[in-house]
Structure formats: structure tokens, C-alpha cells
Design a binder for this molecule. Sequence first.
Ligand code: SF4
Length: 891
Amino acid sequence: MEAAGVPSGTKTTCPYCGVGCGVVATPMPDGTVGIAGDTQHPANFGRLCSKGSALAETLIPDRRLLHPAIGGRKASWDEALDLVATRFRAAIDGYGPDSVALYVSGQMLTEDYYVANKLMKGFVGSANIDTNSRLCMASSVAGHKRAFGSDTVPGTYDDLEEADLLILVGSNLAWCHPVLFQRILAAKALRPEMTIVTIDPRETATSAQSDLHLPIRGDGDVALFLGVLAHLESEGAIDDAYAGAHTTGLDAALAAARPYAHLGLLAKATGLDTDRLETFLRLFALTTKTVTVYSQGVNQSATGTDKVNAILNCHLATGRIGRPGMGPFSVTGQPNAMGGREVGGLANQLAAHMEISDPAHRAIVQGFWKAPTIAEEAGLKAVDLFEAVLDGRIRALWIIGTNPVDSLPDADRVKAALAACPFVVVSDIVEDTDTMAFADVALPATGWGEKDGTVTNSERRISRQRAFLPAPGEARPDWWALAEIGKRLGHAEAFDYPNAAAIFREHAALSGTANEGTRDFDIGGLADLGDPAYEALAPVRWPLRRNGSGAERFFADGGFFTPDRRAKLLPVTDRRIDLTTPERPFLLNTGRIRDQWHTMTRTGRSPRLSAHMPEPFCEIHLEDASAKGIAEADLVEVASEHGSAILRALVTPRAPRGTLFAPMHWTGEFASKARINALVPPRVDPVSGQPASKALAVSVEKLAATWHGFAVSTERPDPAGADYFALARAPGGWRVELAGLAAPADPDAFARQVLCLAETAEILSYIDGTGHRRCAAFADGRFLGALWMSGGPVAVSRAYAVSCLTGAPPESAKRFKILAGRTGADRPDPGALVCSCFGVGADDIRRALAGPDCASVGDVGRHLKAGTNCGSCRSEIQGLIDAKPVVPEPV
Ligand code: SF4
């Protein structure tokens, strides 16, 4: 039903990655929501990726947290907020301001973030507020500040299209920032001479579409960019005029880089062959219009900040910064990582890009807020913050919009910390995240489509997220709950906000206070927006000063935000170490997949998105797999010194030898043992505090499962008793992969339990000559579910089995066909899903390729439409054409 007064066709912003695509959301009369890309939004011009396109599917109301709760009992907002304020006050009075903490999120809107930071730093008087953005881009922030004196992304998305050489470092842009990647590919189609280089240890969907792939050794990036700098010097490609006028530290940086002028040394340090190295060095030296994009492969490292500075050094030395088609470009993972930085959401920042360590900045912020105090030194960064929770220094913790039990390194230690904490508050939209299990007080937040505010994308563009649905139950915005605590702590005037617009105005006014061009972040020009103007605010890029001036880009003519207004080149050194041991001889790299987002609290609710890679997996090179006796689709146990996970083996030539890759998305909600951050050690970059999530030493062994199973069910399956399960949504119900070390004592009872069957259900079962068990269940002519079990990985067509949940139930005489788990000859099996938008599978594509007139990605699009909407699957289609699948198919 269309909510009364809710306008149709609301312009808003996607809540997933840092591209920040504009979305038009239209509530429909039947209660669904139409989703389309906003053709006028300058980030995406109408495009959406698979995740953005499926946003409507993630709005389903099940498992929403609808009411405040205390100790699991429903409570009123007043009761819950009074308790939070009382416990926070008691901790502050008894143990000091640093005994309380907030752990917040790049999912929060800028207005939420602003109030959280103001509450902690100005009114509690502690900087113990950190954010999950610490896990995402803290190394970029630290690198920017060391070089520029400010956390500035100098360029724009247009630069990525205008570059002649586009270098993607540690970034699977095709999957993690898909619309930006599609913009780049479209630009390359118009200018084929544009060269794309991907630097990544893995072969990925991005490298598959690049002109040159440098399969660098993990953490070899500092050495590589030292080699680039040394080569620039030897080729006379340093821009002496720019470097002389606008930088310091060039001589020391060059001295640090010179040893890497030796190609053999560089090859050894990076693991790259000299041919590829020479090609890349030549390209960099000769191409003025160069953009270097970097993301988590750079940031999530114990040397992340040095990697950033090694890249920045090369751009500063050549003056390739702040001009069209040139510059270093950090892309953020989260939708509002940039907004969080702007309000000081990190423990070592103040608001509006001001510094805690600077007394003048502290005075500006404290005076502006009329605050009774101001944090005088940096607070605890995420990993240290949870350590302080564990050892009792922090006695009251409020977690907002994030799931640290799954997303922080050493995740089981985080569990222990929350279990030990005297008072934990969790604000979320979902009632049963792995973190919510530890909440003394649960506070229901509004989610995407219900909340109202702004986010900033990776190119400094502020966009509105607008509400187009009524808030369910008693869900309220996070800023409101935070302000209520501020009031209850005795600061009614400072937290008396009527709406998000008022918070934004204050945030904008602070950014322009005592600024006069001395700080990069200035949106003082938006400080007087009235409520209607805020409601109508079109996407706008900062800076936007009170006098109306702005800047498309930064630093073309210097003007850095250091004391001498010059950028600083850093003499970084290669500190890479070999982490492997004889007991743990593999390096595990963790990351994202195309169709899931973070800990799956939203995307895990979409059947369409869950169909792409429905199970936690581990990529392993085929020769490593062979040496370990691991076959395709086996289950493997991957273990570090901190924890272990059970994952499906994807055996592929694309994985580098000696390394594994596993996604970081799966939680205890969706899999028995796949919380990959439980394996990641709390090893951080010493400057940024960002965890090194992409390189850890592990062992891998085949799991000695004696049985495997696969089930589809209209009800959420109950996998109790299985040693392994992986649940996923499917159209019309659920799918689940199962396995165990010992066979269920009563297989029939186990099947009933998995499929959640009532006694009255009709069950059709069959055991073939090899002992494979199959059963299908019906009630009143309806198909309820089916379970297939065998001694090895179950060879059932997943696509067919899932289709049984929504297809017309077969007549009684033909029900046995379901037990075969295969389509008939009249109904070709689509195979593993490749194109989410049009539901096209790998086998569909192979059949098309076997026919006439179909040899390219474009041909596949013409025949099947696959790859013609969001484009996220185009590299997978190319992989099938090359007979080298980007995503190996387990069954
Ligand atoms: Fe959302 Fe995809 Fe755009 Fe990222 S690229 S903002 S996930 S639609």
C-alpha cells in the first residue's frame, strides 16, 4: 500500500558502496518498491549495479527490530534511554569519561555521525568513538594527512574517465565499485587507447578486463611504487617545477627509492616478472594523464599508510595531481565513509577535518558547540577499543549500525569482550545480528528508505538519502537516540534538534567557522539552507564556501594544508615480512564478492543476490589443491592461530600459488563456521590503526565429512546437528548446503527437522544403490521442500532444485521427478547464476556460445540480455568465453 503523504519517485542514494549512486525509489500500490538509477545523479547517470538494482528485495520487514528492548524484554523508548543515560553517567562519574565508548559505522548518515561525535568529544569529553570505517580507509586518511596536511581526495570521478593511464591498485573495482568500473569501461570503449592496469595478487573480474595485470606479491606495493619513483628519476620524468614549488622531502624520498631502480631487486621484492615491470614503469613514466585508484588491497595492510604515501610520492613528484585526468584516488568501501571523516567520526579526528592535537582547532570546536569540555587527545582506535572493553577499561559501550562480532579482526575475542562488558547498547535495524546477541539494551533504528540525511561519496559529493517509507514499529533515527542521551546527560540545549536539516546546518556552519581557506573541508555555503532547500538539495561536491567559492579539484597549483602549504613526500621503506610458517604455509586474502554487502544483514535477504555465490568459499590454486588432496567442491577447514572456518573449495588457476582467498561476508546467521574475521589477527598498521585483513598465515585441510546434503525448503531450514551448513534465501524459500563428520543417527528424522515438516506432511523418499538418499515433502498438493544426501558433494542442479520452490507443483504421479534433482531434457539447466539482473546462468551462456553468431560479451547480451543492465557480470561472461571462469562452479 502506498503510504499516505509519501511522494512517489523519491530521489535518494544507494546505501552500499562509496560510489554513491543516485536511486529513484517509487513505492507501488501493491506494497513493493520500484527501484531505478537516477539519470541525473552525477555519480551514476542512471546506472545501478546488481546490489543497487536489488534494493527493493532488501526492504522486507522480517527480523526487523521494531521496539526497544532491555535484556530481551520489550521496553519503551523512555525506559531504554533512561537506562542508557544512567549507566553511561555512572561509568563516567565512577571511572572517568574514557570508561565509555561509541563504536559507529560508515553506514550512518552524516547527521547521525555528527551528533555521535559531538556527544562524545564535546559533552562526554572522550575521543573514544571509532568507526568501522577504521577497517576500510583509515590508511588513506593517514597517508593523505601525512602528505597533504589534510584528508583530501583531490580528484573527481571524471578524472578516471579522462585518464590515459588508469592504475587500479588493490581494488577489484568491477565487483566492489561496479558502477564506477562501468563508467571507466564506457570511457575506454570511446577511447581504446586508454590503458587500464590492475595491480592485484589475484586474477579478478577487474584484472580480466584490464590491459595489463600485475599479479603482485601480497604487500609488495610499497616496493613497486618505490621502483616507480626511482624510474621516474632515471627517466627524467620528475616535474622539477611543481615539486620545487609545492613539495618538500623529494630528495629523501628519491634516496629511499633509488635501490629499487634495480629491476632484479624490484622483481624480487614484488614477485613480478621483469617484462611486466618494464612495461608498467614505462607506461607510468610516459603518461602524463595518470590516475592511480586504490582501495582495500592498499588500506587493509600493516604497511597500508606507507603504501598510500608511496603512491602519493609518485604523483607529487610528477605534479600529476588536481588536474583533469590526473591524481591519486582513494575509493571508499562504505556509503558514508567520507561523511564520517568530515564530522570527525574517527577516534583521532575532531569535527570538520580539524585536529584533536591542535589546541586552536579544539578551541574552535569547543567554542562553536558551547561545550563544557573537549577531548584533548586521540581516543582508542577500533582494535584497541575492543581490547579496552575486554580488559575492563571501557565499562559502557554503544554500538551503532555495525556488526563487530563478524567484521572486526580476532572476532572471537570481540565476542569475549562484549560478553565481559558490564553494559552494551546496540542500535540496529535487525533484531538478531551476531552482535545484537550481546546487547543489554537494543534500540531500533530506521533503515534505508526510512531515514533522512546526507552521505558523501568518494569524490566529495554530498547527496541526500531521503525517506520514502514510513518507519516501522518504533524505529527512530540514530541522531534522535543520540540527542536524547545528550539531553538526559544534562545538555538539552546542545542536542535540541528538530530534524536532520538542523543538524546539517550546524555541521555546515562549523566547517566554515574560522576557516578562510585554511582547511579543505568547508561547506559553509550550505549553513543557511532552510528545511525546504535541504529537502530539495541536489548532489553537491565540496568545498562550497560561504562566499560561494568552491573547487572542482585540489592541489593543481599547490595550496596544501600543511603549515608551509607544501606537500610532503615521505621516504617510505619496504617493511613487508613473510608471515607464513611451516604449520601455516598459506597466505589468506579476504575480501568482498559481487552481490553481497558486508555482513549480509541486508543483501542476505535478497534471493536474487544470494543466488550468485550462495555459499562461503575458499579459492585455492589447482596445484595447491592437488598437493593437499583437495578436489573441486570439497569442504575445507582453513585455520589461523586465532580461529578456523569451514568453506567450500573453489579450485582455480586464477588463485596465486600459496595463497587462498575467502569472502568476509558470512556470519553465524548464514553459516555454521565462516566468520572469516575470526581468523584475522589483530595486526594493524602502526600509523593508521587499520587491521591487516588481507594477509594472514593459515593452514588448509580437507574436511573429513562423511556425508553431504543439499536442501530447498519453503521454511527456513533447521540445520542443527550438521557440522557444516550454509543457508541462503531463494525465491519462494531457502536453500541450504549441509555436511557432517558422522551420519545422522536417524536420517528420516533429520530430514523432517531440516525441512521443518509437520507430522502430516507427505514424504516421498528414495535411496539408490550407492546409498544416496533423496526425499521430497508435500502438503495439500504444495511442495514444501526436498533434501538430497550423499557420501560426497551432492550432484544436484541447484538451479532446478530452487526452481521447485516457485514452480507449479507436479501432479502426484510425477513427483518422483523432483528426487532426480535434474531438469528434464525439455527444460535446460541454466547452471550457476551469472547475470543477477536477468537470471542468466553459466550453462545458458555456454549454450549460446556454442551456437552461431555468438562469440563476444556483446553477442551474449544480444542473445540472452545478460550483461546489458548493470554490467557487473560482463567479466564473468568473458571468463566463460575464454573457458577460464572468473567464478569456478562447484557443482
Ligand atoms: Fe550502490 Fe552499486 Fe552504485 Fe555502489 S556501485 S553505490 S553498490 S549501485
